[in-house]
Design a protein around this ligand. Sequence first.
Ligand code: SAH
Length: 236
Amino acid sequence: MTALEMMKALGLAADEEAAGKLTEYNAMVIAMSKKVNLTGIKDVEESLVKNVFDSLTVYDEKYFPKGGRVLDLGTGAGFPGVPLAVLRPDMQFILVDSIQKKLNFIEEACKNLGIGNVKCLHIRAEEGGRRRKTREAFDVVTARAVKAMPIISEWALPFVKVGGIFAAMKGPGADEEMKTAGKILRELHGELAEKKELALPGGDRRCILYIRKTAPCPKNYPRKVGIAEKKPILGE
Ligand code: SAH
């Protein structure tokens, strides 16, 4: 399957220039991951499905407002942040990771491909969520394969504007995870707006939880670095 076919399959405006950028970015990720650990996947075709296609599944026009701001938390090799930025050149994307060398790769690759709406931010989620400049500043926050729902919810929701969306990209265990995150979601004013279940070409099952933020998060969240992981707030 080509990137153009993937865009069509997802019902996205199939634009050859965008498809070309997705194809090249994917090839760069695979080439680089032979040298440094960027993604577990080492094959171009497999990465096109499991990284690029999978990244695009989180896209839904109704949650991505024209000219808005998106933050991708724990972006790793730029997933889903870079494919989304290619799809929506009108929006600004901030890609956050705690590992600088991954961000160096993304910056270099985006520069080479002329992807101008991506900025990388080297910070821990728990620090970024407390900073004035990034707290409650994003229409959408995405996170794929970062942490279990109670932890990633505590990290992500402080970045979201009131009325905005936290999109958690999960696998088949999403329902169970959602149950364990009930308490922290209530505390941070996140409400499940939509659950999208789908399968990747090849059959792997995915589930995207779209959480709407309905009010500002209490000032004491996120807790200090490492606390959400050590003492997650669990419960229905
Ligand atoms: N979203 C990417 C990467 C997932 S791996 C993908 O789906 O391919 C999880 C990433 O989260 C890693 O790159 C790791 O460095 C980053 N990460 C882990 N803890 C973090 C924290 N506290 N703040 C910011 N990034 C973090």
